[in-house]
Design a binder for this molecule. Structure first.
Ligand code: BGC
Ligand code: ZN
Length: 367
């Protein structure tokens, strides 16, 4: 079967490879699930892996199959599998356990080890192929009613985790009643974080560079948020007008902004960083000022990577509630379908465009 892979360490090496179809019994103890891939979402992570900024092949291979945002249909299950059956729509988590205690309790997103295992990203092949097999532990069933949102579950799980983690750490305050949130960036994670925050009752300002009208602005507004173009309203002006934020989610992929927005956080607030930046940028920050503010205001900076099964399940609930609260809005993120694995050059082009599409996904098969 066909798969789309890169040669890690070699820029622009994306190519097709041939793999043999996996067997459901390759997972021990009858716990295997064989999935026929229907759609795979692509994002900046895939682009940066193809730019050789990070990413590693599994041991014994010189290539890495891409694809970590999966949507598929179960074709066969091992004899110990109970909670999914052939014909179910499923997605899969991305991280796989290492050896730390966090890995052992199903929270490998919180591993304390330096090495991490992520399908399609680091040391494990991804899902951009025709079939895959995995342990049922990592397979998440999707409700049929959310089929049209297919590849958005994985990015939603990251956004939901980021917001959930913020609420979790803020229990330090005994009482926390956040009102204002800023979301930096209006790409998929920015918009899905906007959704997660709106569902939790916050007044959300979603900030991005481009001036409205634009699809991003329309989606943010349709989710009940305020879209702010930073070209029209400089950040400090916004903070003066509406007040500093109780919670900020940065999803820009720019370390300059990730640090810059530290100055927009109010007392007792929490800033969550969600994007990884594979570059080597150095920026100057007003460190004395930030240091002073941060201590005097009991502020918190939180990194949030990836998501475990629980966040996938919470993310699915957020998508379902989002459909009820804002019918038909979320699917507008799914802008750019690309047909067939053979079309990987068009897929990369869409990811590398000057104005990248909101969501590029490959339609691998009908179903
Ligand atoms: C993926 C996460 C992953 C992260 C860092 C993101 O694009 O959605 O699952 O952990 O990249 O590798
Ligand atoms: Zn991703």
């Amino acid at each position: 079967m066909k798969a789309v892979a890169v040669t890690p360490g070699k820029p622009n090496s994306i190519h097709l490879v041939d793999l043999s179809k996996p067997d459901v019994d390759s997972v021990p103890y009858g716990r295997g699930v064989l999935v026929r891939v229907l759609k795979i979402g692509m994002d900046a992570t895939d682009r940066e892996i193809n730019e050789a900024k990070y990413g590693a092949a599994p041991p014994g291979y010189d290539f890495l199959v891409l694809g970590h945002e999966s949507f598929g249909i179960v074709e066969a299950v091992g004899d110990q599998v109970a909670h999914v059956k052939p014909g179910d729509y499923v997605t899969a988590t991305v991280r796989r356990p290492g050896g730390s205690i966090y890995d052992q309790i199903g929270t490998s997103d919180m591993t304390s080890e330096e090495v991490y295992y992520e399908r399609g990203i680091n040391l494990l092949h991804g899902f951009l192929t025709e079939h895959y097999v995995d342990d049922v532990e990592f397979i998440v069933k999707m409700p049929r009613g959310l089929k049209h949102l297919h590849v958005l579950v994985e990015p939603m799980s990251c956004a939901t985790k980021a917001v959930q983690q913020a609420f979790e750490v803020q229990r330090r305050l005994r009482v926390w009643r956040p009102k204002i949130a800023y979301v930096m960036g209006a790409g998929q994670i920015g918009l899905l974080s906007t959704l997660a925050l709106r569902l939790r009752g916050l007044e959300v300002y979603t900030l991005a560079r481009s001036e409205p009208p634009s699809l991003k602005a329309e989606i943010a507004e349709a989710l009940g948020a305020h879209y702010i173009s930073t070209q029209q309203t400089p950040l400090n002006e916004l903070a003066k007008k509406v007040g500093k934020a109780d919670l900020i989610v940065d999803a820009t992929g720019s370390s300059a902004i990730a640090f810059g927005c530290m100055q927009l956080l109010g007392h007792n607030g929490v800033l969550v960083w969600t994007s990884v930046t594979g570059g080597r940028q150095h920026v100057e920050v007003p460190s004395d000022k930030v240091n002073l503010d941060w201590v005097l205001g009991n502020k918190l900076l939180l990194g949030s990577v990836n998501a475990n099964r629980e966040h996938f399940e919470m993310g699915i609930k957020d998508l379902a509630l989002g459909e009820v609260m804002y019918p038909g809005v979320i699917q507008r993120i799914l802008t750019t379908p690309i047909r067939g694995l053979d079309s990987y050059p068009q897929m990369m082009q869409a990811l590398m465009a000057e104005q990248p599409a909101l969501k590029v996904f490959i339609e691998v098969a009908e179903g």
